[in-house]
Write a protein that binds this ligand. Structure first.
Ligand SMILES: Cc1ncc(COP(=O)(O)O)c(C=O)c1O
Length: 675
């Protein structure tokens, strides 16, 4: 089993003292138990120290001398004193802030003089300092023990540890699940193969709420509460909650928590379908913001900043603003000015970070939504970290968070039998992110750069960079690209996207994340290896060398602009409605649908962005789009379309229901969601 390596960086400007410190501390590390592979390294200047922290992902702790002096420098001109006295390189506070900005997960200790203790401790009180050592004490073994314990604390996984201990204790189960640690399958001639394939721990770690030692996801007070607190500290949240049904459920929980029926909500019309489901569940009165579209590549972009700011001004009575950052294709907002504008109007902000859980752990990907001031962020830990599918984090920084209402909604959506291995994976993902996230992301970003170059070198496939991806409307909005998402223009390869995906799969065993009519998107994560990149490059190079004649690629139909809401989405959804076919008797588009109101959300999946939301006015244009979608994109699921036999149909309000629901109810302004 691979053993961890940890470095403690000591920054002290006196070469002799530094040498002595390192010698003493390394001797202590060698002679005492050292489960984390700790060694001590030194830097004589703040700059050197910061460079080391940036370069070396194994640095886990920085021990900073509170007096870092610049050496006397006769040449001057560099801000140092020339009269032989030494000037401060940088104050301890500044250095702590710089280290935290670079790698917030790093623990920091300060070396201080006894006489200056009060001064230094007071000044650093508000900073992320974990402890102090007296410079004069030279108790190397004592220091080593404390630093070792500090790493042990961060590397703890309270829930996973308890789960493992419980499984190893092999208690007899007189409770659910029915497979009883796999006993029902192990000896079965019919299903033992499944048991063997999945592995014993899938079953013996599959436990139930009856096991009190493992706490309760619904009302955590023990190891789950502890694991959630550690996740909050890691992600920079006031509170973090573990969700076991994906960001899909996390979004619904927040919408129901923040919005009462009839209250206003601002949302990107291209939000994930779960946000639109949250609109139905909460009874919100949505104001849809049209996002930008890159028509050349069929990629949806962010909502233009000026559209968002105008909507905030026009609808200051909104309770919540919901945006997706980053998008499926890696486009992320310059969030701070948007969130500041929303807050200035008393509007809370939820950022769907389903694709961005890793961002906190590398400065090239920050700021995260929380760091930009968001009140809520939802993250699919399973998409970009090591968590199991469906595992997600809900982070809360809302200063007026109403925990009771949140808990009611969280529990409404949470199974009373959550999967314990999924909870453990959230605990372990947090541990990995704080212990080696920076290092792994450093590698991932490097691989992404290399892969970009390799793909471009094929001369046939071309990686789209930010200027290629950005729609014109958002070119000056400060949008950035998450480099771990690589979108490739495949229009010169002589195959349709479907053919190319099929070729990659059947000939080279390669599956990609998503496609448009002329692009493929690859997702690189902390699990991406160099050999996997090489295999993809090899496949693309071989395909390129086969020199197929270019093919004409048929553009996917373009999503029609949002029309308007005839009534609240929830009111339409709960009507009985009637089914109206998309096609008429001659197999042409059915004009009878135009002017009607949809009861359902119609969503092509993937990517999961609705064409119609409940309550939306239907036009010929929309019907035409849906019909073309069904004909051209026959492999895409079209959620919400109902088949009457072979006839695809849409559920719409009956004429009588239309009359009953005509017009939107007045906006409610209860603001009862804040404490
Ligand atoms: C933007 C966005 N939000 C939410 C989700 C749902 O996440 P999950 O699969 O964790 O439920 C997705 C899924 O693809 C998504 O793309």
């Amino acid at each position: 089993m691979a053993k961890p390596t940890s470095k403690v960086l000591v920054i002290n400007d006196e070469p002799l003292i530094l040498r002595e410190l390192l010698k003493g501390l390394n001797a202590a590390a060698r002679s005492l138990e050292n489960p984390f592979g700790i060694s001590f390294v030194g830097a004589l200047t703040a700059r050197e120290g910061l460079a080391l922290i940036e370069r070396d992902g194994d640095v886990q702790i920085a021990v900073v001398d509170d007096r870092l002096y610049a050496a006397p420098d006769a040449k001057a001109g560099n801000g140092r004193k020339v009269d032989g006295k030494r000037s401060l390189q940088v104050s301890a506070i500044k250095l702590v802030q710089k280290i935290t900005a670079l790698r917030p997960e790093i623990d920091i200790y300060i070396l201080i003089e006894k006489e200056k203790e009060d001064q230094v401790v007071d000044a650093l009180f508000a900073e992320a300092v974990d402890g102090y050592f007296y410079r004069e004490e030279r108790d190397y073994r004592g220091m080593y023990r404390i630093l070792n314990a500090q790493i042990a604390e961060r590397a703890r996984t309270p829930f996973y540890d308890a789960l493992k201990a419980y499984v190893m204790a092999a208690k007899d189960a007189w409770h659910t699940p029915g497979h009883s640690s796999g006993d029902s399958m192990r000896g079965s001639p019919w299903v033992n193969e499944f048991y063997d394939f999945m592995g014993e721990h899938v079953f013996d770690a599959d436990l139930s709420v009856s096991v009190k030692a493992l706490d309760s996801l619904m009302e955590p007070t023990g190891v789950i509460a502890e694991a959630q607190q550690m996740a909050a500290a890691a992600f920079g949240a006031r509170r973090t909650f573990f969700a076991t049904n994906g960001t899909s459920t996390a979004n619904k929980v927040i919408l129901q928590t923040m919005i009462a029926p009839g209250e206003k909500l601002l949302l990107d019309r291209n939000c994930h379908k779960s946000v639109h489901h949250g609109v139905v569940l909460s009874g919100a009165r949505p104001v849809y913001l049209d996002s930008s579209v890159n028509r050349k590549y069929g990629v949806f972009g962010p909502v233009p900043k000026k559209t968002i700011l105008a909507a905030i001004e026009e609808h200051p009575d909104s309770q919540l603003l919901v945006l997706t950052s980053c998008t499926y294709d890696g486009l992320r907002y310059d969030l701070k000015p948007i969130i500041d504008a929303a807050h200035a109007r008393g509007i809370k902000v939820l950022i769907d970070e389903a694709w961005y859980a890793h961002a906190r752990f590398h400065p090239a990907l920050r700021p995260t939504a929380l760091e930009s001031g968001a009140d809520y962020a939802t993250q699919s830990a399973h998409k970009t970290l090591s968590a199991l599918s469906q595992a997600a984090y809900i982070h809360v920084n809302d200063p007026t968070f109403n925990e009771h209402i949140f808990r009611e909604n969280f529990n409404m959506h949470t199974s009373t039998s959550p999967m314990y291995s999924m909870i453990a994976s959230l605990d372990v993902s947090r541990k990995q992110a704080v212990m080696e996230g920076y290092k792994l992301l450093q590698r991932t970003l490097m691989l992404a750069d290399e892969l970009r170059e390799q793909i471009n070198s094929t001369g046939v496939f071309r990686v789209l960079e930010l200027p290629d991806l950005l729609p014109d409307e958002v070119k000056s909005d400060g949008i950035r690209l998450d480099p771990t998402k690589i979108t490739v223009d495949v229009s010169s390869c002589g195959m349709t996207v479907d053919e190319l995906q099929n070729e990659l799969f059947t000939r080279f065993n390669i599956t990609v994340e998503k496609s448009t009519f002329n692009t493929l998107t690859l997702l690189l994560t902390i699990g991406t290896t160099r050999s996997k990149c090489s295999r993809l490059y090899d496949a693309l190079m071989r395909i390129s060398r086969e020199q197929r004649a270019p093919r004409r690629l048929y553009r996917s139909p373009e999503l029609p602009p949002f029309t308007h809401l005839a009534c609240l989405p929830r009111d339409a959804y709960y009507c009985t409605g009637e089914l109206v076919p998309l096609l008429d008797d001659t197999d042409r588009i059915n004009h009878d649908l135009a002017g009607r109101t949809s009861c359902d959300q119609i969503v092509p999946y993937p990517p999961g962005i609705p064409v119609l939301v409940p309550g939306q006015h239907i036009t010929d244009n929309i019907v035409e789009y849906l019909v073309r979608y069904l004909r051209v994109q026959n492999k895409v699921e079209l959620h919400g379309v109902v088949y009457q036999g072979y006839v695809p149909s849409v559920r719409v309000l009956s004429k009588q229901e239309e009359r009953l629901l005509a017009g939107l109810a007045p906006v409610r302004r209860t603001r009862r969601r804040s404490t």
